[in-house]
Design a protein around this ligand. Sequence first.
Ligand code: GLA
Length: 414
Amino acid sequence: MSADALAARTADAFAARFGRTPAGVWAGPGRVNLIGEHTDYNGGFVLPFAIDKTTTAALAVRGDRTVRVASALSGTEAVEVDLDGLRPGAVTGWAAYPLGVAWALEQAGVRLPGFDLLVDSDVPVGAGLSSSAALECAVAVGLAELAGLDGSVRRGGLAALGGPGGPGEPGGPGGLARLDRRALAAVGRRAENDMVGAPTGIMDQYASLFGAAGSAVFLDCRSEEVQLVPLELDAAGLVCLVLDTKVSHAHATGDYARRRDSCTRAAEALGVPLLREVPLDRLPEAQQLLDEETFRRARHIVAENQRVVETVKVLRSEGPAAIGRLLDASHGSMRDDFEISCPELDLAVDTAQANGALGARMTGGGFGGSAIALVPVGDLDKVRDAVLRAFASRRYRQPELFTVLPADGARRLL
Ligand code: GLA
C-alpha cells in the first residue's frame, strides 16, 4: 500500500475511534540494514536505509493531560493513561513504544499536551525491519510538531547533512530549538531502552529519521555524523529482496544483551572504551588476550566496521552491483563469529546466493527475522522460487518474500 493510502486509512480509523478528525498524520518508515550489524552499540559504523514500508500515526491534542493510544493492528481498543503517570514499568505491550516516546520527550524538557493517537502500519512486525523504530519515529515527529517544535524537526535531518551550523548539528543554541532529528533519535532510543526494556543501539532510529529515497544512511555511531550514500538500485537493474523467515526474535530477551556483554568484556580487556577503537591489526593481540568465544565476537565487530567503510567506498566508486562480496562476508561473520544467524536465515542466504543473487546476508539483530539479497531484476523469479522450494523441502515455515526500495525518512503525510 502507498504511504498516502495508508495515511488516509489511518485518518479514517482515528475519526471512527475518537469521533473527530486528527490534526495530522505522520509516517515513520521501517529499515533494512545493508551492512554493519551489532556495530552501533560498539560506537562503529552502520549503513541502513529507510524502506517503503511505514508506520503511520494520526494525532490530535486534547485540553488535559490524558493520553489515549489505539492501534489499527490490535482491535483499536484504546489504552488510556495520564502523562504525569508515565514512567518505566508503568506500561507494557505495544503501547510502551508510543507512550515511551511521550515520556522521553518530557524527560528531554518538552512539555506535551494530552493527545489522542491512532497508529497503523504495513511494516511487518518481528521481521527484523524495525517496526519498533518506525512506530517511535512516526510518533516522535508528530508529537514534536504538535508541541511547536516543527521548524527544527521538519527539515533538520536533511539540513544537518550539509555540515556545521545546520539545525541538526548538536550543540546549537539551547532550549527546545535543539530538539532536532538527532535529539528525536535519542528520544526513540530512550523509549525503547527504558520503557520497553530492549538494550538496543541507535541505528534504527537514525535510519527511520534520516532516510532518503535512493540513498543509504552512513552513520558513525560514535560521533553520530550522518552521510547519505547513493543507493540507486533501479538504475543498476537491481532489487533488494527481503526474505522474512518468520522465525520470531525479540531483543528484550537474552541473546542480544549477551552479545552486548561480550563486546563490553572484550573492550575492557583490550583497554578501549568501545570496540570501534580496535583496528584490524590489533586482532592477533586480541586473540592472545581474550577467550576463544569472546575473541570471535570481537573479530566480527572489528571486521564488520571495516566492511561498512569498504561498502561505502565501493558504492561511491562502482555502484551497488559491486558490493555483493561484502554482504556475503558479513553474513559469514555473523554466522560463524558472532553466531546470531539461524538455520532458516542461512538457508535463505545460501539459496539466494546459489541462484543469482549478487550478495546476501541476514539483516537486523538476528536470531530470526529477515535476510536480504541483492538480485538482478531478471533473476528475481528464479531466486524467489528457489528459496520457496528450499524452505518447503526442509519443512520450514513458508517465508514471506518482497522487495523494498530506499525511501524517505519520517515525515508528515497529511
Ligand atoms: C537491532 C537494534 C539495533 C542494532 C541491530 C543490530 O536492530 O535495534 O540497534 O544493534 O539490532 O545491528
